[in-house]
Ligand binder design. Structure first.
Ligand code: NAD
Length: 424
């Protein structure tokens, strides 16, 4: 245990976490080393510098990234993150996770990710628009409906996607809605996309609860992060009959053992000055560290990477962790959770509902024919349930946990495609 803490502490690098699981899965699959080496590195990494004239008249340069990890199964797909913590290693890890994720849920996409080092909360709409258009200009030869298709991630949403569609369409002289997903509905967005990731988290939680014999009305759940994924996961899990006893966001944790009314909390965030849970009075304030260690049946980390580490994994009380965020658990924490008997539904499965409905959005854009929300939800739920059952039975068959099973399912598929395509 001490050794684990020693070797993990200095980095908490999501790329290390991704790579450690990749190595395990490669070994379990007995994959040819030369093919494995192709999967370990991204196809390409682009770094761009975007000058933006700020509202105060100062010219500021922002560093942005786009990493395409793989296009073997189809055009690469992955969100764009606006955060001060964005760095190339993080984007590389997130891009690789997208590759495995698309393969696990069986959609014809490769994996990519992008990001800009900025603090969107401190920027005006005008500055964000210039930044997003500048990023699109800089990456116009990377993005494309048949090559690389961005989507929202932390700090971005439908408005940023609308600016990308507009800028890209102007560059190429024709409307090109299929170049990004997660768009506003009037601009070719899909009904159900906004809730899709949280919905997939709920379907994963429901499927896992059935495997563990947990009854929804007797369960409690804690959700870390209250943005798109966290708030919607909390709302839909609550609708299953589960009591949500704690939620959190950047402002801290909020705990009420009697249960928190999630629609109430969502309305609070929408109407409060800071657009956060700051000041939410219907629960006791705790820290973001404490929230993870609360007594509960289900824990949904839905904020960011590296939240469950070898420092706190042994204090986790939940029986089930459903990873809404990408990379919330470090590789060294996996074995501790394993020993505790916690069932972890890994990120590349649990939060794949978003990319699944992104795929449906892209299909609708290309058909020029739009589906009802009921149809989107039904197909999305079915895809998530099928992927869950597939990974669960794979894990039982091969005697590995669900994370390694999901990596194995994804990697095997990409490696087979790579071999079939050949051309080296
Ligand atoms: P978001 O920007 O909508 O919300 C992020 C939330 O996390 C906010 O409530 C923020 O206050 C909170 N937060 C930030 N730092 C925190 C901290 N240190 N402790 C606790 N809370 C903190 O982002 P999102 O789209 O909900 O994404 C959350 C996670 O889910 C990310 O890891 C993202 O990559 C992943 N994800 C998102 C989608 C999607 O469709 N949006 C799909 C798959 C995975």
């Amino acid at each position: 245990m001490t050794d684990l803490i020693k070797d993990e502490k200095p980095s908490h690098n999501p790329l290390d976490s991704m790579m450690k699981r990749l190595e395990i899965a490669i070994e379990k699959l007995g994959l040819d080393e030369q093919f494995a080496n192709v999967l370990k590195v991204p196809d390409r990494c682009v770094i761009v510098n975007i000058p933006v004239m700020m509202d105060d008249g100062n010219l500021k340069v922002f560093e942005g990234y786009r990493v395409v990890h793989s296009s073997h199964l189809g055009p690469s797909k992955g969100g764009i993150r606006y955060s001060m913590d964005v760095n190339l290693d993080e984007v590389k890890a997130l891009a690789a996770w997208m590759t495995w994720k698309c393969a696990v849920v069986n959609i014809p996409y490769g994996g990519a990710k992008g990001g800009i080092k900025c603090n969107p909360r401190e920027m005006s709409t005008n500055e964000l628009e210039k930044l997003t258009r500048g990023y699109t200009q800089a990456l116009k030869s990377v993005f494309g409906p048949d090559s690389d298709i961005p989507a929202p991630d932390m700090g971005t949403g439908p408005q940023e996607m609308a600016w990308i569609v507009d800028e890209y369409s102007k560059i190429f002289g024709q409307n090109s809605f299929a170049v990004v997903t997660g768009k506003p509905i009037v601009l070719g967005g899909s009904l159900g996309r906004f809730e899709a990731t949280g919905r997939g988290v709920m379907v994963s939680a429901r499927s896992a609860m059935a495997k563990l014999g947990l009854k929804a009305t007797e369960c409690t759940c804690v959700v870390q992060g209250f943005g798109n994924v966290g708030s919607i996961s909390a709302k839909l899990i609550e609708q299953l009959g589960v009591k949500i006893t704690a939620i959190s966001d950047i402002s801290g944790g909020y705990y009420n053992p009697e249960g928190i009314d999630i629609m109430d909390a969502i309305d609070y965030v929408a109407n409060c000055e800071f657009k956060s849970l700051e000041g939410f009075a219907k629960a006791d304030k705790i820290t973001n560290e404490e929230i993870l260690e609360l007594e509960c049946d289900i824990l949904v980390p839905a904020a960011m990477e590296d939240q469950i580490t070898s420092d706190n994994a042994s204090n986790i009380k939940a029986k089930l962790i459903v990873e809404g965020a990408n990379g919330p658990t470090t590789a060294n924490a996996d074995s501790i959770l394993n020993d505790l008997g916690v069932l972890v539904v890994p990120d590349i499965l649990a939060n794949a509902g978003g990319v699944t409905v992104s795929y449906f959005e892209w299909v609708q854009n290309r058909l020029g024919y739009y589906w009802t929300e009921e149809r989107v939800n039904r197909r999305g739920d079915r895809a998530m349930k099928t992927a869950f059952d597939n990974v669960y039975s794979y894990s039982e068959k091969h005697g590995v946990n669900m994370r390694i099973a999901a990596y194995m399912v994804g990697i095997e598929k990409v490696a087979n495609t790579l071999k079939l395509r050949g051309g080296f």
